[in-house]
Design a protein around this ligand. Structure first.
Ligand code: SF4
Length: 244
């Protein structure tokens, strides 16, 4: 259940600077603002401590702005609003993104795109975004809610493209993921948007749980390549260098 937050307050998990480990901007110095609480339940989630809606600390948005100002290091490429699920606290993300932009740093939204309405509200304050698609084997939602999740993800992609944000797409795969499902997903994606309007299609192997073997990674790559030659298999860099 999503809980209403008091105005001016946010449930915060953590703030820290690290090397971005995912996607097309892997390798950039990034200030992570991890909001607490996620309505999804991916079985391979690598931040399970940030899933409970009452995890983290209840803190004023003004206090978080001070933390961002205090944490922001020179040459930081972007502030990454992540989670948990940042859209679960969309109003707080808007306020904090406005503040980050006022400090001259780019804003980035790392969301599971479960709610296209909230995504559309936050997007004007976001410079760069990823649109994540969950395969069924992620178990992010119950089977009967999966079509709604997929619809929202596709809608978020269309909204981001229409806003000229040039999003990139990420899909986490495990050894148990279904390559035909991924091919079908790629078909849906590229029948809705033009290739030139996205910044990449990242297939991210799960880490530590049901990790895909090389032959499975080839199968996933081959599922997308006929539709998008720029598909890439990219593991999480921060795990490899021991950063969080
Ligand atoms: S959407 Fe993200 S934070 Fe939520 S359960 Fe899935 S991986 Fe974890």
């Amino acid at each position: 259940m999503q809980r209403k937050r008091s105005p001016g307050r946010v449930r915060l998990s953590e703030i820290f600077t690290s090397i971005e480990g995912e996607g097309v901007l892997a390798g950039t110095k990034t200030l992570f603002v991890r909001l607490a609480g996620c309505p999804l339940k991916c079985h391979w989630c690598d931040t399970p401590y940030a899933i409970p809606m009452d995890s983290g600390n209840d803190i004023s948005i003004d206090e978080v702005k001070k933390m961002i100002a205090g944490e922001l290091q020179p040459n930081t490429y972007k502030v990454n609003f992540t989670g948990g699920e940042p859209l679960a606290q969309a109003d707080a993300v808007i306020e904090l993104a406005k503040f980050a932009k006022s400090m001259g740093v780019k804003t980035y939204l790392e969301s599971a795109c479960f709610d296209a309405g909230k995504f559309a509200r936050v997007l004007p304050y976001i410079d760069i975004c990823k649109v994540e698609f969950k395969l069924r084997d992620a178990r992010a939602v119950d089977d009967n809610n999966y079509p709604t999740l997929l619809k929202n993800e596709l809608e978020c992609l269309k909204i981001a493209v229409a806003a000229g944000k040039k999003p990139y797409i990420k899909v986490v795969v495990t050894n148990s993921s279904d390559q035909e499902e991924l091919a079908d997903l790629a078909g849906k994606v590229f029948s809705n948007i033009s290739r030139k309007n996205i910044a990449g299609f990242i297939i991210q192997p799960s880490y530590g749980i049901d990790e895909p073997l090389l032959d499975r990674l080839f199968a996933f790559y081959d599922a997308v390549y006929p539709l998008y030659e720029q598909v890439r298999v990219v593991p999480q860099l921060h795990k490899l260098i021991g950063a969080r």
